[in-house]
Unconditional design. Sequence first.
Length: 202
Amino acid sequence: MSASPDPSRPPAFIYGIIGLVVAVLIFGTGAFIWLSQGGTASFVGGPFTLVDGTGKTVTDRDFRGKYMLVYFGYTFCPDVCPTTLNEVTEALDHLGAKADRLQPIFITVDPKRDTPAVVKPYVAAFTPRLIGLTGSDEQIAKVAQEYRVYYAEHRTGPGPNDYTMDHSSVLYLMGPDGKFIAPIRADEDGAQMAADLGRLMS
């Protein structure tokens, strides 16, 4: 997706730059290999408090003891998000019993439209294993900041819902202790994604 930062929202722009730099460092300089071999990056990830599709408050600590595979997107996304979540679903099938140790999580970057009532059926359409999370504008901004995720509203018309969301597209593998392990490329197919996850989940 294109990245068109809104000059009226400097914090999002700043984190967009940080997110792009992180992506370049991870995927362009061999840091992905370093992370895959046991390195850590403490500047990615952190505590969050959000809401699931039933309206229940969910925090990062609810997933301790399991690996988390975190993806940021939005339900009105026309292509990248559903394609990525389809591959995540396929990867879970490839992982077999190992998938029981992994919790895939979808976090919206469009809380204005993605209410719990919208998020719940959206994630269920991919797999019952997938948990969808939303929250207030402030809560989404905080978790996006923690994960160095870029997102911005891109207007397409005069109506209140005439917009798409520009956002970075990376899957984050977090350990059972909640710490970042490695990025997983969102453009991988399910088989390759499963192979990467299987190698990284000790």
